[in-house]
Design a protein around this ligand. Structure first.
Ligand code: E4P
Length: 307
């Protein structure tokens, strides 16, 4: 289980300098969680999101090409319709749309088009990986696009973040959000584990090594941040980023993504995430804890005495 290694007083003090997540200007009763962490829905299926949006639990949506495809889009027109419906539903809260172009100019043009669909659009920009698509692409494309969008006052989120250095680079380029994929990191660790290696502290121990297949370099700040056998790599990454942003008063929000289970949700909150984007299979289970259901059934039975 993830260990809480620090008090969160500094994180709190950073958050109170941020804008309120849920402003309540016209309300007498101030919102008790005005600066609480936000929950976004990590799905493009409106029916999955609507009830939680109406209940004030979910206040934004993250999408990517895979999620839009999963929501049923089989062509560009359908993808645009899904995106626009999400933007309308979440307004004024954010809908994150991921760029699909791969060159700087085309990405900036696409971002301007997406941003024109609503003031609540946030552009998701892959932080790197461009050369994996084709060696002709520029490795720094994502960071350059983030900087260009910041210059144009277009909010963007750096996506596919897997270490704290990527997060810092993105923040310095001008990203308003960084999205570390904590579930994919955990998945990776489970399939590439080195049980012989001791856990340590990534902030002080920098070294590269090969994964168990010997075919890929894994930065030690990723492996050791996992706590080795403890397999809490995701929450520890959130803690690293949150601590670095706190130390330097960086207001880029840490948007923890790629959840697989409820433990990761709790651990990321303890680690200082500002926003969690949660897939619909987890969102729909929140109200249904077996003891909640059992307690509710008993209360209902007992209340009949008073009716
Ligand atoms: C984040 O914005 C991504 O859409 C998402 O969290 C990726 O999660 P996955 O690893 O389940 O695909």
């Amino acid at each position: 289980m993830f260990e809480i290694l620090q008090t969160k007083a500094n994180t709190h003090s950073r958050r109170i300098r941020m804008d309120e997540s849920r402003p309540t200007a016209s309300k007498k009763l101030a919102h008790p969680s005005a600066r609480g962490p936000l929950i976004f829905a990590d799905t493009a299926v409106i029916e999955d999101i609507k009830p939680l949006y109406d209940a004030g639990i979910v206040s934004g949506v993250t999408t990517n090409p895979s999620l839009i495809k999963k929501a049923g889009a089989t062509n560009q027109a359908q993808a645009i319709k899904i995106a626009k419906d999400l933007i309308a539903m979440t307004c004024p809260n954010p809908t994150l749309l991921e760029l699909t172009e791969l060159t700087e100019e085309a990405m900036v043009a696409q971002a301007i088009e997406f941003a024109g669909w609503g003031d609540n659009v946030v552009i998701k920009v892959p932080v790197g990986g461009y050369k994996a698509v084709d060696d002709c692409f520029d490795a720094y494309t994502g960071l350059k696009v983030i900087k260009r969008l910041w210059e144009k006052d277009i909010r963007c989120a750096a996506t596919l973040v897997f270490n704290s250095t990527q997060a810092l680079w993105a923040a310095n380029a001008g990203a308003c959000f960084v999205a570390p994929f904590i579930g994919r990191l955990g998945d990776y660790l489970y399939s590439n584990d080195h049980p012989e290696r001791k856990s340590g502290n990534s902030l002080y121990w920098i070294e590269d090594h090969k994964n168990s297949n010997g075919d890929q370099n894994v930065s030690n700040s990723e492996y050791v941040a996992s706590g080795g056998e403890r397999k809490d790599i995701g929450p520890r990454l959130i803690q690293e980023i949150s601590t670095i942003f706190t130390n330097y008063d960086i207001h880029t929000q840490v948007l923890a993504a790629s959840f697989r289970n409820f433990s990761q949700i709790t651990e990321c909150l303890l680690a200082g995430a500002d926003i969690l984007t949660v897939p619909s299979n987890l969102l729909e289970q929140v109200c249904e804890h077996p003891l909640t259901s059992k307690g509710m059934a008993t209360f209902y039975q007992d209340s009949k005495v008073f009716i």
